[in-house]
Design a protein around this ligand. Structure first.
Ligand SMILES: CNc1nc2cc3c(=O)[nH]c(N)nc3c(CCc3ccccc3)c2[nH]1
Length: 371
């Protein structure tokens, strides 16, 4: 089943935490884990060219299926050569199955055993996403890593609803496994179960027999308090295969990446560095900086003296603030570049610490600097 195409090698496991550093081979290159994947919606990481994206240190990006499935449509992307050709990205790409985006974007959506029916947020047309269609869409798009169609309940859903979502997610995983054809794509199972230990174990154990090449932890970063997310990881990752990558969906702030790695997570995606960057909020080695704040008006210092990115190497905080006050497009571009560079450097530092056997000290070293 082409599994050798997605070999995951563990290089080091931290002696005092569940943190691990590894290498993950994909048909479009090898990923050093732990890794952060910037989110590219509609086939672009907003405001950046592929070369700029590589300059941040990113090796793997996500494309959000829901948007591409509606516009321009999977067949069009396939006719244009598939995702890698479409936005000229030679590195690995991961797409989501669309279920989560439908809940967070579509106005009307109804869930049945068959699939999710919803109205397009573009033209209101009725669409029906089934596990089989989610596989066909992602096969047309051509990402290296694709996700099963799952049901992600809201954080405050009652236990009965979360149980139903777990069992439906398992039944849909079977249908996805059955429908998926391409051997050059890794299909990940997605564990649900909210923050309930018995349901997380139920979900993970039900997905193990499918022997997926990787497992995602879904159903988190949906509004639950961070300590609840961390606690959930503590009893979820140990049920998952040690020798396979674990992907925590939609996470998170810098501190969440550290806490997630310490609990055995290898891959992350989050819109925060790009979305916050577009709004003038920068992550720096001494904590967050809101550039529109008047205190930066005459500030000649760089955003982050330790950062190698274009925003920090060439411009003052005063200039960056000016760009945001004028609504100039260069502002969001430079801050997106910076924030992604910050996230990639954080993961690089974390990976090096794990390889040197001091991964468990990394949190303290960073918190001391973030204030
Ligand atoms: C922000 N928090 C967040 N929690 C999530 C939970 C789930 C979940 O339980 N199931 C699925 N399928 N996806 C989820 C996502 C979307 C992740 C994503 C975004 C963009 C591109 C590719 C992938 C989530 N995102």
């Amino acid at each position: 089943m082409g599994l050798s195409k997605f070999a995951f090698t563990l290089l080091a496991t931290d002696p005092k935490s569940m943190a691990r550093a590894g290498l993950w081979e994909t048909p479009h290159g090898t990923i050093e884990t732990p890794a952060f994947m910037p989110v590219g919606t509609a086939g672009t990481v907003k405001g950046l060219t592929p070369d700029q994206l590589v300059a941040t240190g990113a090796r793997k990006i996500l494309a959000n299926t829901y948007h591409l499935a509606l516009r321009p449509g999977p067949e069009v992307v396939a006719d244009l050569g598939g995702l890698h050709r479409f936005f000229d990205w030679s590195g690995p790409i991961l797409t989501d199955s669309g279920g989560f985006q439908i809940f967070s974007l579509a106005k009307l959506s109804r869930m049945t055993e068959e699939g999710v029916t919803f109205r397009s947020h573009l033209d209101g047309s009725a669409l029906n996403l089934t596990p089989e269609k989610a596989m066909s869409i992602q096969e047309f798009l051509g990402a290296d890593v694709i996700m099963c169609l799952d049901e992600c309940p809201p954080a405050d859903a009652p236990e009965e609803h979360i149980l139903r979502a777990v069992d439906r997610t398992t039944r849909w995983a079977a249908r996805c496994r059955e429908a998926h054809q391409r051997s050059d794509q890794a299909l990940f199972g997605i564990v649900q179960g909210g923050t309930i230990e018995s349901l997380r174990i139920r979900s993970a154990e039900a997905l193990l027999p499918f022997d997926f090449p990787g497992y995602a932890v879904g159903g988190l970063s949906v509004g639950e308090p961070p300590p609840e997310m961390y606690r959930t990881l503590e009893f979820t990752t140990p049920v998952l295969p040690v020798q396979k990558p674990r992907y925590l969906m939609g996470v998170g702030r810098p501190i969440d990446l550290i806490e997630g790695v310490l609990r055995g997570i290898d891959l992350f995606d989050c819109v925060m560095p790009t979305r916050n960057g577009r709004n003038g909020m920068a992550f720096t080695s001494t904590g967050p900086v809101r550039l529109k704040n008047a205190r930066h008006l005459r500030d000649t210092s760089p955003l982050d003296a330790e950062c190698p990115c274009q925003a920090c190497q060439r411009f003052s905080r005063g200039y960056l603030r000016h760009l945001f006050m004028c609504g100039e497009m260069l502002g969001p571009i430079l801050l997106t570049l910076h924030n992604l560079t910050f996230y990639q450097r954080l993961m690089k530092g974390l990976r090096e610490a794990i390889l040197e056997g001091r991964g468990h000290e990394f949190r303290a070293s960073q918190l001391a600097r973030w204030g």
